[in-house]
Design a protein around this ligand. Structure first.
Ligand code: LER
Ligand code: MN
Length: 261
């Protein structure tokens, strides 16, 4: 388990200072935004080398319209993800999370023929083999992220994401587990992680209120015990708000997380 932090949370006047601060606080890796990453490639790689911190993962910064009604939008989403995957491979970044749909269905409900969600699942299953193969050829991975019901109607729990990975059957498609969403959707986080153990590619950390771990009431100890038992070797990246000053709260959070591991 390697602790990572999203770049947006890091204090610092420039990228290098942000990365140096994260390293100083005890993080091993950074989670980057994918926004025009190809243009920032050199700056990001230089800052990572100079600060001695890994580039772990990418979150956001591309079109998520994979199952939109318009073919043009779907193709744009596929192409924008491919462009990012290629850059990530060149930067040796291990993977990117995708949330296939935010919000309500984007295509009509055709029941009794097929409900919107069935059509969306089928559409995604047509696209994922090509995207996953592209990720594999580029040397990186895609992680499907289950997100809570208030943000999407599609894939809320780990088992739903695992089912899709099983169908695609490519080792470069894995799921990711976000503690904030799991707190809302899973019956029992420990049991869900155990069941998903062979498919786990990445983790997002946030407390119950989506502030830093330690600033809410989530129990991290028992899920972390499971992650140790299953020998989870991936990243756990902070994706949350911060109550207080980042300079003080981020190192405190690292200490707290290390005590929980
Ligand atoms: C959205 O709530 C989320 O958790 C992000 O990781 C989506 O990319
Ligand atoms: Mn997340």
């Amino acid at each position: 388990m390697k602790l990572a932090c999203q770049e947006i949370l890091a204090p610092g006047r420039n990228l290098r200072e942000k990365f140096e601060n994260l390293k100083k606080y005890g993080f091993e890796a950074v989670e980057l935004s994918g926004e025009r990453l190809w243009e920032r490639k050199k700056e990001v790689m230089d800052a990572s080398r100079e600060a001695g911190i890994e580039l772990g993962s990418v979150c956001g910064g591309f079109s998520c319209r994979f199952v939109a009604a318009e073919r043009k939008e779907r193709e744009e989403a596929m192409n924008s993800l491919k462009k990012l995957l290629k850059t990530m491979g060149e930067m040796e970044i291990s993977g990117i999370m995708i949330v296939p749909i935010f919000g309500p269905p984007q295509i009509p409900n055709l029941s009794p023929y097929k409900e919107a969600i069935e059509l969306e699942r089928e559409m995604l299953l047509l696209e994922l083999p090509e995207l996953t193969q592209f990720a594999q050829d580029s040397g990186t991975s895609i992680w499907l992220e289950p997100v809570n019901r208030y943000e999407t109607h599609f894939i809320n729990r780990l088992d739903e994401a695992v089912e899709i990975c099983q169908k695609v059957n490519n080792s470069n498609l894995r799921i990711m587990a976000d503690f904030f969403h799991m707190n809302i959707e899973e019956v029992n986080i420990v049991e869900s992680l155990k069941k998903a153990k062979d498919w786990l590619g990445h983790i997002h950390l946030a407390d119950s209120n989506r502030f830093l771990p330690g600033q809410g009431h989530t129990n991290f100890k028992s899920p972390f015990k499971v992650l140790s038992e299953i020998n989870y070797k991936g990243y756990m990246a902070l994706e949350c708000g911060i109550r207080g000053e980042p300079e003080e709260e981020l190192p405190k959070c690292v200490k707290y997380l290390k005590e929980c591991i």
